[in-house]
Design a protein around this ligand. Structure first.
Ligand SMILES: Cc1cc2nc3c(=O)[nH]c(=O)nc-3n(C[C@H](O)[C@H](O)[C@H](O)COP(=O)(O)O)c2cc1C
Length: 324
């Protein structure tokens, strides 16, 4: 089984990825949060920093592009190729209102003719630029409103030489909520001509076991919120077949310290660092369901010192010192 770390805009930037790769090195591929090509400028400074090879040394990284403009795609693809990237992922899954209203991300799934034209133009453009060897993978949802849409979409995806197809088994209208639609994913898998990767709601090693039982032929999974909540998730999934995997809290605290230190170096001002750490903990607090006071203290922290004090009250696998 191959394990991919999903992109989460605002969370899985290069600082997070470096720390994760250093402390939990089993992930097969990381994907950048989407790069949104700008006319003439290509990428903005934040995006350039996020994909700069110097900031991603040794990390198996796939940059992701979100656009509906072939020219913008090709311009950024060229830059990425020159930087040494050999795969680019194309985003057809983003459900955000501002993205969808511009016919991008999941909004692009509405217009099948335009989607075909876009694929024709980027494949043609890559050829003309001598970039035939650049792999293009796609990350999509099942459709907009109806899970059957994926069957028509698969006809389109099957017509182009994508290196992988990643399906988040939800519709645009589901956003990130409600049960994943496994039967629609199964139907897509049955007709898919590309290596297929599953994405959606894999939160625990037990979820992973269940998925493998249901889909023994699927060789790749992508984990998003589950991996943010539990940075060891991929490792626990990889070892849960054999020797009992041990949860390693010491490593988790070192990982968190590393992230905090690197954010403090990168951002001027404690508030920004604190905001990023709280965002991370809005996922990670589920690891300590019997210690709700810790998460409350983290949320209330007004300084990094208060944040670190709150973290120190965590008693892994047990009660907090103040008896909660
Ligand atoms: C805050 C947030 C930001 C996200 N940003 C991106 C993104 O930039 N690109 C993308 O393809 N998906 C993005 N996603 C979707 C995730 O990559 C993933 O497909 C989704 O969370 C479902 O997987 P999960 O159930 O394992 O979390 C984002 C999701 C969230 C919650």
């Amino acid at each position: 089984m191959k394990y991919y770390a999903a992109p989460l805009e605002g969370i899985t930037g290069y600082i997070y990825r470096n720390a994760h790769h250093k402390f939990y090195p089993g992930v097969d591929k990381y994907f950048t949060p989407f790069l949104s090509p700008k006319i003439k400028r290509g990428m903005n400074t934040k995006e350039q920093k996020d994909i700069a090879p110097v900031n991603n040394q040794g990390i198996p990284l796939v940059p992701q592009i979100l656009t509906n403009q072939p020219d913008g795609f090709l311009q950024v693809a060229q830059i990425l190729g020159e930087l040494g990237y050999r795969e680019i992922n194309f985003n057809l899954g983003c459900p955000s209102g501002t993205v969808v209203s511009k016919g991008r991300g999941c909004g692009f799934l509405k217009d099948h003719d335009a989607l075909r034209r876009f694929f024709e133009e980027i494949m043609d453009g890559l050829d003309k630029r001598g970039m035939q060897s650049m792999k293009i993978s796609v990350k999509t949802r099942l459709g907009i409103n109806d899970p059957d849409e994926i069957l028509t979409l698969m006809e389109i995806f099957n017509d182009y030489p994508f290196s992988e197809l990643i399906i988040h088994a939800r519709l645009l209208k589901d956003y990130y909520k409600g049960p994943v639609k496994l039967e629609a994913f199964r139907e897509a898998a049955a007709i898919c001509r590309h290596p297929l990767c599953y994405n959606g709601d894999l939160f625990t090693p037990e979820d992973m076991k269940e998925f493998r039982k249901e889909f023994p032929d699927i060789g790749m999974v992508m984990m998003g919120r589950g991996l943010i909540a539990d940075p060891q998730l991929c490792e626990l999934c990889q070892t849960s077949d054999g020797e009992a995997a041990l949860r390693d809290y010491d490593r988790m605290f070192l990982f968190l310290q590393e992230i905090s230190d690197r954010y403090a170096e990168a951002f001027s001002g404690e508030k920004h660092v604190l905001f990023k750490l709280k965002e991370l903990w809005s996922y990670m607090h589920v690891l300590f369901p019997d210690q709700p006071k810790v998460w409350k203290k983290i949320k209330k922290a007004n300084s990094l010192m208060e944040y670190h004090r709150a973290i120190q009250t965590i008693n892994p696998g047990g009660q907090t010192p103040d008896g909660v």
